[in-house]
Write a protein that binds this ligand. Sequence first.
Ligand SMILES: [Zn+2]
Ligand SMILES: [Zn+2]
Length: 147
Amino acid sequence: MGLWDYFKPASLDCPHCGAGLGEFQGRPTGSFHYVWQEHIVHPIDQRVDAEWKDPRIGTWVLDEDVAIQGECPRCAHTINAFARVRNQVWSHTDPDGGYDSAIAIESQVFLCGTCNGCFDRMHAARFHACPHCGSINRMPSTSHSSP
Ligand SMILES: [Zn+2]
Ligand SMILES: [Zn+2]
């Protein structure tokens, strides 16, 4: 059965091109076109006809992390991510594989944490796809300002 929910991250940019990502889809237990927004406990909407809307929407919560998938509106890459749930609240969002940290060599030049390939930073997003191996790097939090 093809039921899913919609997920709106507070702030997640495309690791390939840096564009802001709007909406993802995922299938938590009991999904029925509910709309979840990061940091908000209960669904903010349910995208079904009025007769199907569940009056208990204000009691539903997420119990565990949800794998979510979306598409970048600019570069059309498929983006896989995880809505991380802590104490029944969607607390933050990680791109799938975004765990290796890139190492800064110069202000805009980095080493990929996975393949050690050298790449230029193409955008300011927190996560950056390596152009060599494709893995998603977490970028160093201290940003160097360019002149
Ligand atoms: Zn993109
Ligand atoms: Zn790489």
